[in-house]
Design a protein around this ligand. Sequence first.
Ligand SMILES: Cc1cc2nc3c(=O)[nH]c(=O)nc-3n(C[C@H](O)[C@H](O)[C@H](O)COP(=O)(O)OP(=O)(O)OC[C@H]3O[C@@H](n4cnc5c(N)ncnc54)[C@H](O)[C@@H]3O)c2cc1C
Length: 461
Amino acid sequence: MNDEAVLLTLIDIFGKNAVLFDTESRNKYGIDYTQYYSPDPVAVVFPKNEEQLVSLVQLANKLSLKLVPSGGRTGYSGGAIAAFKEIVVSFEKMNKILSFCEEDRSVRCQPGLITKELQEFAKTKDLFYPVDFASSGSSQIGGNIATNAGGIKVIRYGLTRNWVTGLRVVTGNGEILELNNGLIKNATGYDFLNLFIGSEGTLGFITEATIKLIEEPLPQKVVLFSLNQKNHLLNILNKCRTLRYLSAFELFSDKALQIVLKEQSLTMPFSKSAPFYVLLEFDSTQENETLLFDVLESSLSSQSIGDVIISDSIEKANNLWKFRESISLSLRKYIPYKYDISVVPSRIIQFMSEVDGFLEKENQEIDVIWFGHVGDGNLHLNILKPKTMEKEKFFTYCDKISTSIYELVKKYSGSISAEHGIGLLKKPFLSYSKSDTEIAYMKLIKKLFDENNVMNPLKLV
Ligand SMILES: Cc1cc2nc3c(=O)[nH]c(=O)nc-3n(C[C@H](O)[C@H](O)[C@H](O)COP(=O)(O)OP(=O)(O)OC[C@H]3O[C@@H](n4cnc5c(N)ncnc54)[C@H](O)[C@@H]3O)c2cc1C
């Protein structure tokens, strides 16, 4: 079948208005938040139901078409990129909340629901959906589930995986599976629900999700302080863990802060700069305030920390978060090469020092920006493109030095992807975190659910 005949069949399945193939739409929907690949999909389709997806998958199997599931396209691993004549399947039109059950405290929703809308819906029921990050205004629940997204509150609430109790999926073979039915407990062998969570659209389409909610936390207190030496970080983290309950423990470097101040036109919050800053959030209670003052007092007297700012209103808390939450967006203009590494928290400082040592020896011209969810051992290392270097040359150069950085990740028994996924970008490096045997099993699992490799080929495995 030629391209034109394929497009006509797609129009048959989805209807005329739900198939786009103009250049602007193909460019818009063929990319995610990464800046490495140029989009080149054949078309973009907008399913409204599972039946259409089953028909599409059957067609893809018959004609060897390649399908790329696409959520809010905020991903950082190239998982939603369509650069090789694929069909992009956007979930923009499957974006509804289907039902809410008060007794189960659960929501059934379509995959295209925007993360923030779920958070806001939960609030209307005096409940809380705790997965949160700077992209939650654009990312979709389907994309969050497919990447097992983390974010700023993992230290308290865990990853997306912890909140999904049911999924409906259309596999790459075209079957519909109903997984786990919203159950909290289900000990019936292999766990397909959790297999699909984090599978990056390589096994099938997520077409519906059941998400559990939790009671709203107490009002939160946010504290931002400057850290004079990173070597004191773990000691402070340890002490802060006594707070009931610590919801966030984030680190960022002065270089990160300076870029945020410039790009967001914000004023320096501290009287003087320090190498690093830490932001923490916890329940605002009298008991916690006493604990916090003990931690701050001992850290100030040992000169581990410098200036401290404590929120006394929601507005002030939000303003403090801006210094941390604007980092990713502020860096975008500087064309960063992004790493999303995790090591166990106890080894984070040693790991950072080894990477810094390596990068300093390797190239003193490059700007290295550290930030991340350090309470979870998750570091977002960003290397910025030098102004004088071409983009392609820069990415090739970073791919080359990545092998040394990932050797260090391996040495520390860490992971090359903590929360963004492997996608297209990190696929060449998967073996630094997974053994040959594991990768072979991953390929077998892929083949089981997607025999002809129609689902997001070239990604993950
Ligand atoms: C400013 C900023 C801050 C961020 N902060 C964080 C953070 O703190 N923590 C974090 O984890 N991530 C973060 N991210 C990355 C990103 O937001 C998450 O990975 C998010 O989960 C991606 O969701 P999405 O809907 O945009 O998915 P997309 O980027 O569209 O897709 C991601 C993957 O999911 C697949 N997919 C999408 N929908 C479906 C579906 N219905 N069925 C099957 N597969 C599907 C795609 O094929 C792709 O492989 C950040 C991104 C930005 C831009």
